[in-house]
Design a protein around this ligand. Structure first.
Ligand SMILES: Cc1cc2nc3c(=O)[nH]c(=O)nc-3n(C[C@H](O)[C@H](O)[C@H](O)COP(=O)(O)OP(=O)(O)OC[C@H]3O[C@@H](n4cnc5c(N)ncnc54)[C@H](O)[C@@H]3O)c2cc1C
Ligand code: FES
Ligand code: FES
Length: 485
């Protein structure tokens, strides 16, 4: 058992106890280590000023490379077993590196406060492209995609994007070559192979190596909270609505990173991130993969877990409507049993779920839609990227006879319309066994609108939510009739 958090920072081994482990990483870098290139602006994962790069051996990405993360909403403890790079490490022989020079020469910076974050996001893009040997020039879209999580309030994005496009990947040195070695990799494997427990300074952190050890610990310490990437909990911590204090982290448990496919059934372990999910589903469930395109930003997707999104229980969480429509089933373990709960039965009331104290969601399973099915996943938000849903709708249609548009049954779920994500049972019942035509759609919509009474809030009004969902509903059937889905 280790009693220190161990990781590498800009190639140097770090070993810290509770006093530093409990700190937010951005605070630790700036205020304890003086690495002030990492900035803090929003403290909510929204602006990218605190971007650093992280390598973690078990990252689900296939080829390993440093990925972009937000340092303001994660603790130092969660860096256990990782290798980190901050903006200070980019310079080469005491001079700005190629990305930094290109940014400077392209006037991508005015006050400079956001600049380290933009540069780190481009460094992350370069790292990925070089690792994949994809050295073609960066396109407008490549740069925009990579910089989705970065905000600038004074330069304007035109120069920033132009500067990004002028980065010549041939001239960028791989950070992995500069700051990583076989010896470091072996050491990280050693770190990863040993559980860790840290106690002191008002902080208790336990990271076991097995699910059994985790469930035993939770049974013995019922005041403990499970943490994953803390993209939800870290924001609450910074807003002082929750304290990351007595926590168990599942980051050392191998099996929770697994993604398996058995014929048409796919399963995702509790540590699978949205980035991994998105790339895995590209071929089998492109509708879900494309829906994840507009989930948060790259650094959030790189760490946020699917299971964290489910467990958080938000009525505007993006994945639950999709997973409900796909009839997903959760695997939940505690000290005495393993349970399988359909997601459609999981949510009880606002942020209340069927999880009992000591329960861990270990994974989620669903079937890939078949040839005789149509699947839709639609999200509406006030801006396209980096925004939480106003409403969302997912629909899985199982055809009895697809040519004649005769439905066998239908699975329909919406977010943003009630205290929990809702399965629209009456509409489902009405449509099962029906042939689709204008009249059935109108009749179905009449029932549909009686099934929910959304709130009006800062995101949108109740009537707007009804209107958007009405359009989504019609759009699904219109696309099928046109043969475009
Ligand atoms: C800038 C930003 C943008 C965002 N954009 C979106 C968005 O577009 N759409 C959206 O839906 N969400 C969004 N989120 C919210 C968040 O990223 C997701 O909900 C994310 O999936 C949470 O996963 P996590 O691993 O970070 O969970 P954590 O924050 O670590 O945990 C969340 C909850 O899950 C519980 N939990 C975690 N793992 C388990 C487990 N194995 N068993 C039982 N309980 C568990 C925790 O105890 C906690 O209650 C955004 C967040 C930020 C900061
Ligand atoms: S400070 Fe804004 S994302 Fe971290
Ligand atoms: S250069 Fe000032 S915030 Fe971007």
């Amino acid at each position: 058992m280790r009693n220190k958090i161990e990781f590498y920072l800009n190639g140097k081994k770090m070993s810290v106890g509770a006093n530093y482990a409990k700190m937010m990483l951005a605070d630790y870098l700036r205020y304890e280590l003086g690495l002030t290139g990492t900035k803090i602006v929003c403290g909510e994962g929204d602006c990218g000023s605190c971007s650093v790069l992280k390598y973690f051996p078990n990252n689900n990405f296939g080829k390993s490379y440093f990925i972009l993360i937000n340092a303001c909403i994660t603790t130092v403890a969660q860096m256990d077993g990782s290798s980190l790079i901050t903006v200070e490490a980019l310079e080469e022989d005491g001079e700005l590196n190629h990305i930094q020079k290109t940014f400077h020469q392209g006037h991508g910076s005015q006050c400079g406060f956001c600049t380290p974050g933009f540069v780190m996001a481009l460094a992350g893009l370069a790292e990925k492209r070089k690792t994949e040997n994809a050295l073609s020039p960066l396109s407008d879209q490549d740069v925009k995609n990579a910089l989705t999580g970065n905000l600038c309030r004074c330069t304007g994005y035109k120069h920033i994007i132009e500067a990004g496009k002028n980065v010549d990947l041939e001239k960028v040195q791989l950070l992995k070559d500069r700051y990583f070695s076989d010896a470091q990799e072996n050491d990280l494997k050693n770190i990863y192979s040993t559980p860790v427990t840290i106690e002191g300074e008002g902080f208790r952190f336990y990271a076991p190596k097995s699910i059994d050890d985790a469930t035993r610990f939770l049974a013995d310490h019922p005041d403990t909270k499970i943490i994953s990437a803390t993209t939800d909990l870290g924001v609450l911590h910074n807003k002082r609505k929750f304290k990351i204090q007595n926590v168990v982290s599942l980051h050392l448990i191998d099996e929770l990173y697994s993604i398996t496919k058995d014929q048409n059934k796919v399963s995702f372990g509790a540590r699978v991130t949205f980035s991994a999910l998105r790339s895995f589903l590209k071929t089998d469930v492109p509708e879900f993969s494309e829906y994840i395109d507009i989930f948060a930003s790259p650094p959030i997707k790189n760490t946020a877990t699917l299971v964290g999104n489910i467990a958080n229980g938000s009525p505007i969480g993006d994945s639950p409507p999709v997973l409900m429509a796909l009839n997903a089933v959760l695997e939940i373990k505690n000290n005495s049993e393993t349970k399988h709960i359909p997601l459609k039965e999981f949510y009880l009331s606002y942020k209340k779920t069927k999880l009992s104290p000591g329960d861990i969601i270990t994974g989620v399973t669903f079937d890939i839609p078949s040839e005789k099915q149509n699947f839709f996943a639609l999200k509406n938000s006030n801006r396209k990227d980096m925004d939480i849903s106003s409403v969302s709708m997912s629909m899985l249609i199982d055809w009895k006879n697809k040519k004649d548009l005769e439905i066998e049954n239908i699975s329909l779920a919406c977010g943003g319309i009630a205290a929990t994500v809702l399965e629209l049972k009456k509409t489902q019942d009405f449509l099962s066994g029906k042939k689709i035509n204008t009249q059935t759609i109108e009749e179905a919509l009449e029932i549909f609108h009686t099934e929910f009474t959304p709130l009006s809030d800062v995101r949108s009004t109740s009537s707007y939510r009804h209107i958007v969902l009405d359009h989504y509903f019609r759009r699904c059937f219109s696309e099928i009739s046109k043969g475009s889905n």
